[in-house]
Design a binder for this molecule. Structure first.
Ligand SMILES: [Zn+2]
Ligand SMILES: [Zn+2]
Length: 109
C-alpha cells in the first residue's frame, strides 16, 4: 500500500526482481515478493538505525517536539479523526471511526 506524499519523490519502476535484494522474480508491477517489503524495511532499520525507530525519526528531524504524524496529516496523506486525536492513513481512520469512540488508553495505527 502506498500513499501519495506531499513532497515529490522519484518515480520508481519495478524491475521484475525483488527489491529486498533476494533476486527472486516478482510479477510485473511489484517491487517485492510477498512480505519482502517488510523484510527490507526491517533490514534498513537495522542496518542504518540500530533497529531503533527513535533513531530513524531523529535522522529525519522528527521527535517529541516535531510530530511526524502531524506532518503526515499536514502533507495530506494522513487524516485526523474528526472526533478525537487519532491520526492515520485514510483506511485506518475508516477502521477507527467504525469502532466508535470509547476512550481507548492506547490508540495504535
Ligand atoms: Zn525479496
Ligand atoms: Zn476518533
Amino acid at each position: 500500500m502506498t500513499t501519495k506524499p506531499g513532497k515529490p519523490l522519484p518515480h520508481l519502476t519495478p524491475t521484475g526482481t525483488c527489491w529486498c535484494g533476494c533476486a527472486k522474480k516478482v510479477g510485473a508491477g511489484s517491487f517485492f515478493a510477498p512480505g519482502h517489503d517488510k523484510v527490507a524495511e526491517a533490514a534498513l532499520l537495522a542496518a542504518e538505525y540500530g533497529s531503533s525507530v527513535a533513531q530513524l525519526l531523529h535522522a529525519h528531524g522528527y521527535g517529541p517536539g516535531h510530530s511526524v504524524s502531524a506532518r503526515a496529516v499536514a502533507e495530506g496523506v494522513w487524516r485526523k479523526c474528526p472526533s478525537c486525536a487519532y491520526v492515520g492513513a485514510p483506511a485506518s481512520i475508516a477502521n477507527h471511526t467504525k469502532r466508535g469512540h470509547a476512550p481507548a488508553p492506547t490508540e495504535q495505527v
